[in-house]
Design a protein around this ligand. Sequence first.
Ligand SMILES: [Zn+2]
Length: 505
Amino acid sequence: MQGRRTGTPGFERAADVVATRFHALGLQPAGDAGTFSQRVPLLQATRLAQGARLDVARRDRTIALRFRDHFLTEPGFDAADARVRAPAVFVAQGVSAPDLEHDDFVGLDLHGKIAVVLGGAPAAFDDDRRAFHASREEKLRALAQRGAVGAVFVDTADDEARAPWSAQAANWEQPQLRLRAADGRGIGTFPQLRVVVRVSAAAADLLFDGSGHTAAELAQAAQAGTLKGFALPVTLSLAARSFIAPLDSRNVVARLPGTDPALASQAIVFSAHLDHLGIGAPVAGDAIRNGALDNALGVAIVLETARALRHATPERPLLFVALTAEEQGLLGAQWFVTHPPQPLAADINLDMPMLLVPTRDVVPIGATHSSLQAALEAAAKPLGIAVSPDPFPEEAVFVRSDQFAFVRAGVPALYLDGGVVPGAASAGKKADEHTLPKLAQREFLRRCYHQPCDDASQPIQYQDAARMAALTAALGRRLGDATQPPRWRPGDFFGQLRAVATSSR
Ligand SMILES: [Zn+2]
């Protein structure tokens, strides 16, 4: 399917396959006009290198940073030819978290200024809040709200240890997407920020020169929790060009109807994103990002869940959804939660289960924020499946896949990931065997995540995938018939996000 990139024929073929399977299982279509497809209107921006500019003007001289080596432009969704010139203000990590008594913007005036911002969020925050506040979207929102007219995101050496600059530069031409509103404009594009660029760690000091600070010192202060913003003694000129065009994609949605009409407004969703990254820069002669684990395997588990439940008669409706444009910012999920076929009560999401060595457990990420943890444990026990805590909490993946679009809409969600406890086939091996699945997962993340080698030649543990599907089916039966729908834990940070978002508008 050529890597199933949103908007490509490969994605459309994959969507047809899922719709055909749903139909064959006898599920109801729950998309538009009696079909399995829910149209998702998108705006596509393809960045153009020509005209990209980042000039730094000091009193005595102006230097032009080199495009691609020093800086990359972010896609523009509001103007094909955007430029802005303004004084610069360093805003630390650009984080405002009143509940944690942290505000990087104290004493800084951003009106009409270009914000220079570091990635990440304070190390003192817990993993979930740190990930939430580190997200690009939250930072852009904070900058736009405070009157900034442009933004420069500066990589630290740490950032580039995780996402090398060279890899980002190599795939820079890939078009980017946002949701499209009825008036044809992008949703969540922050038009006040006329140009947004990123600067490599290697070039960071070209911005900070003359400020009395070095980029390394600022990155260290960020680590130590002592970072403060300040006005920079420079005026920046930014320019970026993009080719902007509308594009339509689709979610594929099926329904197993509930038997109790009073519970029709409490649908339980099983979701997995169908899209991946398509064709990119070749690696060892292969350019197709197959996305076998990410997320063909997740879609397969949702299909298998639907197959296992097709003759069930739950009181609540169950929805099965293959989502588009996850890789572009959870866009298909965002559209689905704002245009649901019926009101939603919970989301069970599958994304990239890393089933590479035999295991006997599952990892329900984010479940402890709601009653879904108890429901999952109850469903897992009779099946003899162990439930393990998140082995990589610092990755904070709960805010990084489709379930987070549901969380933002107030819907309790759980991201069901593959296990970390060695299964039968590993028993008898010695040494550090109980860390074996984690080692395999770390190796995958380092080597094949989002790369052409995430393909079907990996040692995918299909029996473990089948067991996950048995578990999601059992969970579907349980949630479908429970007296109460899933609930957030009282006072939970994620449970309150929707209220926070509504009150700050
Ligand atoms: Zn994924």
